[in-house]
Design a protein around this ligand. Structure first.
Ligand code: PMV
Length: 275
């Protein structure tokens, strides 16, 4: 199984050279080589087979628990799982560093100019501090953190479009700087085993100010905050329809789950910092 990822803090700011914190989640993707898949070929899977050294006769069956296009690293996880399966099939197992390089090749097909944060987390796992162009910082925390990931709906926009939207905002520099500072504090608190709920909320509100959160998601976030939860979107966001997955932390998750159930909002619980 190759696990997906969540960005805990610092999306968008990472594009401007700030640190982002990301972690593996408990949902993932598995891939195996099969006789026949019986459905049409997927461009990303074909690319992953090719970079792994497989030929066009190889067929792959993917089983994924990750929603596609919701910022949980689905494309990187599918690529990494496929590459690993093909290399095992060819009796040439791959190490993590090579798997990272080949997953990045596939990410370029899916995203154009990926920062590498998804590939890093899906391949190496755990909790990482990520700064574009710098070696990944692996963070060890003593206290795993429990999160709810709630689905605000699939964004209509691509990550690339959301990055362009932010680039056009006159107030972005100030907001990016503030997100960068919040992320540094989140890192310190995590390393010291302290609660990061308040900082998560600050990051969420800064992302709203940055204009990457739609009205529907803002309304839901207000309702959750009114019940004592801390909320932020994770990933690039979206404004026209959904804003992707939301990270929710709360002292009383039972009440929060009720509100999500009543609103027919899908969610799941995950622990970060375990692996
Ligand atoms: O929605 P995702 O998981 O593709 O996350 C995008 C995060 C950004 O910071 C907006 C872009 C990036 O490449 O880091």
């Amino acid at each position: 199984m190759v696990y997906g990822k969540v960005i805990l803090s610092g999306e968008h700011a990472v594009v401007y050279g700030k640190m982002a914190l990301a972690a593996s989640i408990s949902l993932g993707v598995s891939a195996r080589v099969v006789e026949s898949v019986g459905n049409k070929k997927n461009l990303l899977i074909n690319k992953a087979i090719a970079v792994a050294g497989g030929d066009e006769t190889i067929q792959i069956k993917i089983e994924s628990e990750l929603p596609i296009g919701s910022g949980l690293g689905s494309s990187a996880a599918v690529s990494a799982a496929t590459i690993r399966a093909v290399r095992e099939y060819l009796r040439n197992p791959i190490n993590d560093d090579d798997l990272f390089e080949l997953t990045m090749e596939c990410e370029k097909l899916a995203h154009g100019n990926p920062s590498g944060i998804d590939a890093s987390v899906v391949v190496y796992g755990g909790l990482i501090g990520f700064v574009k162009g710098k070696p990944v910082e692996r963070l060890k925390i003593n206290q795993p953190v429990k999160l709810l990931l709630a689905d605000s709906g699939k964004p209509s926009e691509t990550t690339k479009e959301m990055i362009e939207l932010v680039a056009g905002k006159p107030e972005k520099n100030e907001l990016i700087a503030q997100i960068g500072m919040v992320t540094k504090q989140v890192k310190q608190k995590l390393l010291n085993g302290l609660d990061v709920g308040e900082l998560l909320n600050q990051n969420g509100l800064l992302l709203e100010k940055l204009g990457v959160v739609g009205e529907k998601t803002k309304k839901l976030s207000r309702e959750l905050r009114a019940m004592g939860a801390s909320v932020k979107i994770t990933g690039a966001g979206g404004v026209k329809t959904g804003s992707g997955m939301m990270v929710v932390m709360a002292p009383d998750v039972v009440k929060i789950k009720q509100l999500l159930d009543n609103g027919q909002i899908d969610y799941f619980e995950t622990m970060i910092g375990e692996r």
